[in-house]
Ligand binder design. Structure first.
Ligand code: ZN
Length: 203
C-alpha cells in the first residue's frame, strides 16, 4: 500500500506549521497540491494508483475531463493511466466552459478529475458543462480528498458542504481531513505562534 501522505510530505506538498487558510481559518497543515505533481514520475505513480481503483470498480470511462487550472495535470496523468481521451474545462468570465475545439459526444462516459476535492464546486461545474453538451458523468476523482466529500472505501462521512451527488462514485487516494480552527479558538495561536499565509514566501 502506497503511503500517500508521505509522498506529499516528501514533495513538500503537505506542509506542517501554522497556516491561515483562504477561508480565514487556521490549521497546522497546508496542502500545496501542485507541488506533488512537479515531479512527473510522482504524478505518474499517483495517477496509476488512482487508475487502479477506478478500473477495479468496473466503471466504464471514455474520457477524463479536468477543471482548469487545478485539475489539469492530475487529469492528464489519470487519462494517460486509464488510456482514455482527455479534455479540460476552463472558466471564461467566471463561467466554466469547454473550448479549444473539444467535443463531447452524446452519452460519452466522462469522469471529472481534480487534483484535490474540497467541496467539489469546480468539479461539479465542469460536470454540468459536460452534461449540457450531451455527455454522461459516471464518476469523480481526485488525488486527494480534503475530507468534506466521501471517497470510495473511506469511513469518513460526507459533510453538508460537499456538493457531489451522494449516489456518484468518488475516487481519491487519501483523506487529508486535518483540523481547522477559527482564529479565536486556534490552539496554535494560544501557544503564541503567528499564522502565516501560505504563499507569503513566494509559493
Ligand atoms: Zn492560529
Amino acid at each position: 500500500m502506497m503511503d500517500i501522505k508521505k509522498i506529499y510530505m516528501d514533495a513538500d506538498a503537505l506542509l506542517e506549521g501554522h497556516f491561515k487558510l483562504s477561508s480565514g481559518n487556521h490549521s497546522g497543515f497546508y496542502l500545496q497540491s501542485a507541488k506533488v505533481l512537479e515531479n512527473p514520475k510522482t504524478a505518474k505513480l499517483l495517477a496509476e494508483a488512482l487508475a487502479k481503483q477506478i478500473r477495479e470498480s468496473g466503471i466504464k470511462i471514455d474520457t477524463v475531463c479536468a477543471p482548469a487550472l487545478g485539475g489539469l495535470i492530475a487529469g492528464y496523468a489519470l487519462a494517460a493511466a486509464l488510456d482514455v481521451r482527455y479534455i479540460f474545462a476552463e472558466r471564461v468570465d467566471g463561467v466554466m466552459s469547454i473550448r479549444r475545439g473539444f467535443e463531447v459526444s452524446k452519452d460519452e462516459k466522462v469522469l471529472i478529475c481534480e487534483d484535490i476535492i474540497t467541496t467539489a464546486g469546480s468539479a461539479l461545474e465542469a460536470a454540468d458543462v459536460v452534461k449540457s453538451l450531451g455527455g454522461e458523468i459516471v464518476a469523480f476523482a481526485a488525488l486527494a480528498n480534503r475530507g468534506f466529500c466521501k471517497r470510495q472505501g473511506s469511513t469518513l462521512e460526507q459533510k453538508e458542504s460537499c456538493k457531489l451527488p451522494k449516489d456518484m462514485p468518488f475516487f481519491a487516494l487519501a483523506d487529508f481531513d486535518f483540523e481547522m480552527y477559527a482564529p479565536h479558538e486556534c490552539p496554535l495561536c494560544a501557544n503564541g505562534s503567528v499564522a502565516i499565509k501560505p504563499g507569503s514566501r513566494g509559493n
